[in-house]
Design a protein around this ligand. Structure first.
Ligand code: ATP
Ligand code: SF4
Length: 337
């Protein structure tokens, strides 16, 4: 595989609240390779956004990083993001790593033309050559399949939701970042617009070569967008593998449960199953495997001993004591389809 641009090593983050500490992200480790798309999937509250916000030092003040490091490599030089000075972090955001948030439709200043917003962003990060900025902006707007000249002269309210999202993607890569984090980038959009945005993203990625961390609840979009997928549950990464591994050969009962809650064409509505129960309280999570109160495969050992996150086949990691039972169950389940 290509070189690693971001190496996340054993990162843990808590939120301090009056009742104690919310263990939002615990012992997260993964490598992001140059030009790849990695999707983080999992229910709301599983810690996907928290871990991503730590990369650009945008965590809320209640958050505390309690362990780990994130190594960032560009042009042969490797640095630990958690040790950046404020000035280096300012430079890192946009130049090296850009984040496009959910609900980003409101990210633009309503009283400024799009052109001014691109120029302002570039100026704030030391790009003073106006001609060069406009040239790159026009290229990027063309790449996201918008009419470049018209978009530049528009106010945000003159653009549709899908056009604003494309413009925001273009703005995100204006300063040529190596890593782009997309947090539910298509949530507010209708399904056709979502598909169009995904196509645009893929094209941009293949032309510009950046890596993507794609945070999503939407498994179908993740399957389309990602090369590799990580499943998160209750602040932990419970499975990591290629898109093929996670969507066709899952080893963790939680990944299997997520897949079973997505409709298949061959399936009756009544056959759809969702994962029973609710995610745990992250202030006082269950003992052993955090998924055991909801897991149909749970046995005695599961509430006593935390499973190790280990590699079961090349590139396919999972934290479960009984993966062999999952393999058997999924074979029986999918035989019926
Ligand atoms: P979503 O998909 O809804 O964005 P997520 O998987 O990204 O969810 P996070 O937003 O990272 O999850 O939240 C992880 C945990 O941290 C949740 O239990 C959440 O309630 C908690 N949390 C998030 N922000 C705060 C905060 N500012 N103070 C206290 N707890 C927080
Ligand atoms: Fe289920 Fe046990 Fe595996 Fe946890 S370790 S996912 S409870 S079978």
């Amino acid at each position: 595989m290509s070189e690693v641009v971001l190496s996340v090593q054993d990162v843990s983050i808590v939120y301090r609240v009056s009742r104690g500490q919310v263990k939002a992200s615990q012992h997260i480790s993964f490598d992001l390779h140059k030009g790849e798309s990695l999707a983080l999937i999992g229910e709301s509250g599983s810690g996907k956004t928290t871990v991503s916000l730590s990369f650009i030092d945008m965590l809320p003040s209640a958050a505390k990083i309690t362990g780990g490091k994130v190594l960032y490599t560009r042009d042969g030089k490797t640095e630990n993001i958690f040790e950046f000075s404020e000035a280096r972090m300012r430079d890192f955001r946009w130049h090296d790593c850009a984040m496009v948030f959910q609900g980003a439709q409101n990210a633009f200043n309503p009283v400024l033309k799009i052109k001014e917003q691109f120029l302002d962003t570039a100026r704030a990060h030391g790009w003073r050559d106006k001609g060069k900025v406009i040239k790159r902006t026009l290229e990027l707007l063309r790449l996201v399949r918008l009419d470049p000249e018209r978009t530049l002269e528009s106010f945000p309210h003159e653009l549709s939701g899908g056009m604003k999202q494309r413009t925001l993607l273009a703005l995100g890569v204006l300063l040529d970042p190596q890593v782009v984090i997309l947090d539910e980038p298509t949530t507010a959009l209708d399904i056709l617009t979502q598909r169009a945005i995904i196509e645009v993203l893929k094209e941009m990625q293949s032309r510009l070569g950046f890596s993507i961390i794609f945070i999503s609840h939407d498994l179908a979009l993740a399957a389309e967008m990602a090369d590799r997928v990580a499943t998160m549950y209750a602040g932990e990464m419970v499975e990591l593998g290629s898109t093929q591994h996670i969507f066709y050969e899952p080893l963790h009962p939680y990944s299997l449960g997520l897949l079973q809650s997505v409709p298949r064409l061959s399936q009756d509505k009544d056959e759809l199953s969702s994962i029973k129960g609710n995610p745990p309280d992250l202030i006082d999570p269950p003992s052993g495997c955090k998924f055991h109160p909801r897991c149909p495969f749970a046995q005695e050992l599961c509430n006593q001993e935390e499973p190790v996150f280990k590699e079961h086949e090349p590139g396919h990691f999972a934290a479960c004591h009984f993966t062999e039972n999952v393999i058997e169950a999924r074979a029986n389940l999918w035989k019926k389809d």
